[in-house]
Design a binder for this molecule. Structure first.
Ligand SMILES: [Zn+2]
Ligand SMILES: [Zn+2]
Length: 193
């Protein structure tokens, strides 16, 4: 049951290899089997017409019910995500919870220029490892190269790697030995700072 479900629920179909890159990164960093799925359903109440964006918090609640027996669910979408106090977010996660979400919407221009699709795919891998790291209980890391470094802008995303530093990796092992999902801690989301 330690599987991670990687669930695409975008408005368009995902670009070739986009999900495969995320799957490989997640599998490598967390030593978990990753199953890829395409959701036929969409989160209905997540769209905020006034902002023209999707509430990432409402999406997390929706995803939590769609883990289909997997240990964690990582939603991947092309929908533009927000939390009320910020213009946008690249993603959000339930700290030590079950669900995380990441979006490609702010990770680059529509892939028309050469190399842009690959650039977006790499940035998505970094943010996917980051948000999933929060579900495993990891907090933000001071090492700017670590996937758990805070990334409020693309400059920060580009400065980091899709890999956890040694300290975060050790911490992940420690946390997964100490148990499982702690639903009561979900409110404490470090990405809201
Ligand atoms: Zn780190
Ligand atoms: Zn974070």
């Amino acid at each position: 049951m330690s599987e991670v479900l990687l669930l695409w629920f975008g408005q368009k179909r995902p670009a070739a290899d986009l999900l495969e890159g995320v799957r490989r990164s997640v599998e490598r960093e967390f030593d978990r089997a990753v199953r890829v799925g395409l959701s036929p359903e969409r989160p209905e109440d997540a769209f905020d017409a006034r902002r023209g964006q999707h509430s990432s918090t409402r999406i997390l609640a929706w995803l939590k019910d769609r883990h289909e027996g997997a240990h964690r669910v990582l939603g991947v979408t092309d929908a533009d995500l927000f939390i009320p106090i910020l213009t946008f977010v690249f993603g959000e996660a339930q700290l030590s919870g079950r669900a995380a979400v990441v979006s490609t919407a702010r990770l680059g221009d529509t892939p028309l220029i050469p190399g842009e699709a690959a650039r977006i795919a790499l940035r998505l891998q970094k943010e996917a490892v980051h948000e999933l790291g929060h579900t495993f209980g990891l907090l933000h890391c001071a090492d700017a190269r670590c996937a758990m470094a805070r990334s409020p802008s693309l400059r920060h995303v580009d400065a980091k790697s899709p890999v956890l530093c040694r300290a975060c990796r050790a911490r992940t092992r420690e946390l997964s030995e100490n148990g499982d999902v702690h639903e009561q801690e979900e409110h404490a989301n470090p990405d809201r700072r």
